[in-house]
Write a protein that binds this ligand. Structure first.
Ligand code: NAD
Length: 367
């Protein structure tokens, strides 16, 4: 495949291919945009069917991180890495240390983290070779499990959407249909229950649902019936692609707000939601709590400060709703516009020459 041409079409700065025969490492690191700062994004380990598939995935995911980090107000650019391999069979200390050395060789242009197929233990092994890694064990000063913080951000985003849709951020007596009763959903449900919301839930596993029924008084719903619940808010907490031609004609809600990644099957589904007058909170905006949390590790982790930063999601959601209304564009398009605008303006601000940059001029080398 034409690598440079593909990089060009996604507009990437740099793509690094890493190989180590002894360790069995085959990895790609993609740095999409570092206008705002070093590129931060997770390391995915997946048995990709081809190198091309791995490259397209890492290019797509790293570009997504540029937008997510920009809207989240972080001074970080977008990057991502993939290791081609089966996370159940191919992990070893050598593999992750070889990857760690590759990250180190970039001198801080890319900072890695956990993602699908990688764990805290893997990050600890990477940490043996580089400091440019987040999501390591709490003993090394990391932020721990991101799910409660992600859930707190989703809760804030949902309150902002409620303010816009119902005239008040209160979720008391609001009926929320939750798809998925996993890790983020659990902490989100706790916030919603404490505020007096009425929960309708579904999951692949009966025991997950039972826990929500027991602890939050949630009402169980059949898996496919979750789209038909007569609710105020639909909250996707499981899968991507669930906002599609089939489900959009069934949803009766005023607001869609949940952490699941890539909820819109296609961009046009964002336009349909806008035309229907449904407030869709773009996934990468509302689920940024996790990345805001790990990014805080770079300053020496402070939970209180991280949660304060996560609360900005409330304002971001209101800004996105305003842009959408003003420009007559979908909420998803409005979120992209907000990210691009921040990158453009902060990029310009950072063009000012600073005295400490004079080393770059090699003034000392003149006779
Ligand atoms: P999780 O695996 O703990 O929970 C997902 C739940 O969805 C599971 O209980 C699973 O059984 C259920 N599920 C799967 N398919 C389903 C279906 N068809 N119908 C109903 N339920 C189904 O994952 P999580 O960490 O809670 O993450 C949830 C979503 O949020 C994912 O899309 C994830 O990528 C995204 N996200 C998570 C974080 C985080 O901090 N964990 C951060 C950003 C985004």
């Amino acid at each position: 495949m034409r690598v440079l041409e593909t990089m060009h079409s996604f507009d990437h700065e740099q793509v690094v291919f890493c190989q180590d025969k002894t360790a069995g490492l085959k990895a790609i690191i993609a740095i999409h945009d570092t206008t705002l700062g070093p590129a931060l994004g997770g390391l995915r380990m997946w048995p990709y069917a081809s190198e091309e598939e791995a490259l397209i995935d890492v290019l797509r995911l790293s570009r997504g991180m540029t937008y997510k980090n920009a809207v989240a107000g972080l001074n970080l650019g977008g990057g991502k890495a993939v290791i081609i391999g089966d996370p159940r069979k191919d992990k070893s200390e050598a593999l992750f240390r070889a990857f760690g050395r590759c990250v180190e060789s970039l001198g801080g242009r890319y900072i890695t983290a956990e993602d699908v197929g990688t764990t805290v233990q893997d990050m600890d092994m990477i940490h043996e070779e580089t400091n440019y890694v987040t999501g390591i064990s709490p003993a090394f000063g990391s932020s721990g499990n991101p799910s409660p913080v992600t859930a707190y951000g989703v809760y804030q985003g949902m309150r902002a959407a409620a303010q816009k849709a119902f005239g008040s951020p209160s979720l008391k007596d609001k009926r929320v249909a939750m798809q998925g009763c996993g890790s983020v959903a659990y902490h989100l449900a706790r916030h919603l229950h404490e505020e007096g919301a009425e929960l309708y839930v579904t999951d692949l596993y009966e025991d997950n649902v039972e826990r929500f029924v027991r602890e939050f008084g949630a009402k169980p719903v059949a898996r496919d019936a979750i789209y038909d619940v007569d609710a105020d808010i639909f909250s996707p907490n499981a899968l991507g692609g669930i906002l599609n031609d089939d489900t959009l004609s069934r949803l009766k809600v005023k607001v869609i707000a949940g952490p699941a990644n890539n909820q819109l099957q296609e961009d046009r589904h964002g336009d349909i939601l806008y035309e229907k007058g449904i407030l869709y909170v773009p996934d990468f905006v509302i689920n940024a709590g996790g990345v805001i949390n790990v990014a805080d590790e770079l300053e020496g982790y402070n939970r209180e400060r991280a949660l304060k930063k996560v609360e900005r999601i409330y304002d971001n959601v209101l800004i996105i709703m305003e842009i959408a209304e003003r420009e007559h564009i979908s909420h998803a398009a409005a979120a992209n516009r907000l990210a691009e605008e921040r990158i453009r303006t902060i990029g310009r601000v950072r063009k000012t020459f600073l005295p400490q940059e004079k080393n770059m001029l090699n003034l000392g080398k003149r006779g």
